[in-house]
Design a protein around this ligand. Sequence first.
Ligand code: AMP
Ligand code: ZN
Length: 403
Amino acid sequence: MNKHVTNFNEIILPLSREIDREIAGDIEKESVFVSPQIDRIIVSEDLKSAKLIARDGANMEEVADKAKRFLDVMVKQVSGFEIKVFVDIKRKDTGPYQIGVNDGLVERGWMHDYGKGQVAYSGPVLKLAQLINEKAGELYKKAYNATDGHFPAMIDADTLHKCGYFDSHPNAVTFVGNVVEDFDAIEEFRRANSCSEGALLPQPEHIHIDGMCLNPAACFPCYPTLKGKTYLTGECFTWMGRVFRYESRNINGLDRLYEFNVRELVFVGTEEYVRECRAKALPIVEEMATFFDIDCQVQTATDPFFATVSAAKKFWQAAQEVKNEIKIPALGNDGSTKMLACGSINLHGNFFGKRFEFYCANGEPAQTGCVGLGIERWVLAAFTQHGFEPHRWPEAVRNRIFS
Ligand code: AMP
Ligand code: ZN
């Protein structure tokens, strides 16, 4: 790749091949993780080059080199796998999609955006979030007789490591830091803050990170609890998980939060049991979409892995068809329609069974799979598709959330 300088803050970097829109989207999204000196990388319309927009004072030589290495691994991704659609539900509401839902919810006092990927909500937003969670829970109970559970929001690094998370999504991890157990360091921190205007953080050398993280995928904390278990057929667990993903500058209203909630369902057991469980998830999504009266599809998908592992892992996921995604149309900030990933249905093979030591009756590691519904994204999608006026909502939902 050669680089052409256009002006002080921008460089055009030719790509080694013409890419497709999917890879272009991944490049733009992940570009926030390339360098603190890079504002964005934007792929050109013809998909043959990328524009690097650097921050003022950036060392252009250095950022161009980093961006070039990032682009080199991204263009190696294989895409263009045929996308299979398993579910395609059309809503009855004939009204237009609502633009500016995030702002509209804030204006109505139903949501508070703290500005760093966290939101508070109340009124119809809270009631809708609770109803989505409750409805999914009910359907899981009926179809799977799933056992209810509760799991912590923090997870230790060793468990995350066992789950392969540092390998697949190292950019999204959040480590919890504590002030070192040192009288002088604690006192220095206390004194500095007792009369300061804003918060003064401890010196980096006074913070220790001893391996606690914020949980980045709802199902992970379940697996250590299964150690030593043996399954004749299988078992299902369900709960509402609090999930944290460091999304850097990509945070955006309810679409992309740092902290969000996922209604999780995990199935564990023999290959046959897990396969049957996965098949039962499709009619449940249909029932959910019909109940909330939303346009919705379930289709094959891949995870947004970190750049350097993306090519191989995405290829494997697509080829094995181990990830299906629930896609619900919504509107972007510019009013264009985009398919919002509102949930996923995943097969893990015996990956977790092997690593966390739980088995089938024949002594083989058990298989697992999971379904995760992103509660806040369902809320966003439903408000996008029905707007703020109660009369457009299906009666059963309207009576619950606007009462
Ligand atoms: P995943 O385990 O990556 O398939 O995520 C499960 C679900 O969580 C996704 O289908 C989304 O609905 C939701 N989700 C993932 N990332 C975010 C985010 N940053 N903000 C809000 N919801 C999210
Ligand atoms: Zn999961």
